[in-house]
Design a protein around this ligand. Structure first.
Ligand SMILES: NC(=O)c1ccc[n+]([C@@H]2O[C@H](COP(=O)([O-])OP(=O)(O)OC[C@H]3O[C@@H](n4cnc5c(N)ncnc54)[C@H](OP(=O)(O)O)[C@@H]3O)[C@@H](O)[C@H]2O)c1
Length: 247
């Protein structure tokens, strides 16, 4: 049996898509927990640097690396940079994602390709590159969506399909990595206040039983738990956190 205890004070994490929104909150939370953190971004270098600077100012260790989740070489480079600068990885968080909504009848094919490329292929690439350097007893945490288990709107089908693919992937990956003591779990948020949902919030609140939008720090808190030694017996789980919307 591999001991799943993680010593946070000497541990390292990578957050794919950590420059804004949920990913930035996760990067900050993991740093507050004691992890050295590498975070990737696509185009927002300033925001990524702001997150890593804030972690360093607070006494933590952090680096920001540009890596398009769709590009295997860039993803590999980010993982290599993270393990070179921060040491072997203990926690991998695959958060980078994109949202496009439209009825299927008119859904642009380029948007379909973009969602599949980032939300499915990007998750696969990030996990495949990271698992080579992930320590035994480590953690893989993906950020899916409650859309995987609940049709929230008639326009969200393609996005939901990509997130359902992730929900499925974590289950077989959990089995594959169990012999190494690595846990694999998927967090499925409902509406969270970020750039991704800007302009959509007002129409959503009435459909959420708790009558409010979630905060990025609430997703980060669940990720923090999953990254902890206390969560060592949880694997292959799809955890929905959405104010009761899925009920
Ligand atoms: N917000 C919600 O209500 C909600 C609900 C359910 C699930 N989610 C999921 O939660 C995750 C984060 O969502 P969010 O609302 O925080 O999104 P967001 O505010 O739009 O931030 C997206 C993050 O992903 C990065 N990213 C996007 N495309 C990328 C690519 N091709 N390569 C590398 N990085 C890329 C962005 O980097 P740049 O800053 O460089 O662009 C940014 O750091 C996503 O997977 C999303 O599907 C969100």
């Amino acid at each position: 049996m591999i001991d799943a205890a993680i010593d946070r004070q000497s541990a390292a994490a990578i957050v794919f898509g950590g420059s804004r929104g949920i990913g930035a909150a996760i990067a900050q939370q993991l740093a507050d927990d004691g992890f050295a953190v590498a975070l990737t971004y696509l185009g927002n270098a300033d925001k990524a640097e702001a997150v890593s600077n804030s972690i360093r100012t607070g006494g933590g260790r952090a680096i920001a690396v540009r890596a398009d989740s769709r590009d295997p070489a860039e993803v590999r480079h980010a993982v290599e940079a993270a393990s070179r600068e921060l040491g072997p990885l203990d926690v991998v968080v695959v958060n980078a994602g994109a949202l496009r909504i439209a009825p299927l009848r008119t859904f642009p094919r380029e948007d379909f390709d973009l969602l599949v490329d980032i939300n499915i292929r990007g998750v696969f690439l990030a996990i495949q590159a990271s698992m080579q350097v992930l320590r035994d007893g480590g953690r893989i945490i993906t950020i899916g969506s409650n859309g995987a288990v609940r049709a929230g709107s008639p326009e969200g089908g393609v996005y939901a399909m990509t997130k359902a693919a992730v929900a499925s992937l974590v289950q077989s990956l959990a089995l594959e990595l169990a012999p190494r003591g690595i846990t694999v779990n998927n967090v499925q948020p409902g509406p969270i206040e970020t750039d991704m949902t800007a302009g959509m919030i007002a129409g959503l609140v009435n459909r959420i039983p708790l009558r409010r939008i979630g905060k990025p720090c609430e997703i980060a808190a669940l990720v923090s738990y999953l990254a902890s030694s206390d969560a060592g017996y949880m694997t292959g789980a799809n955890l929905t956190i959405d104010g009761g919307m899925v009920l």
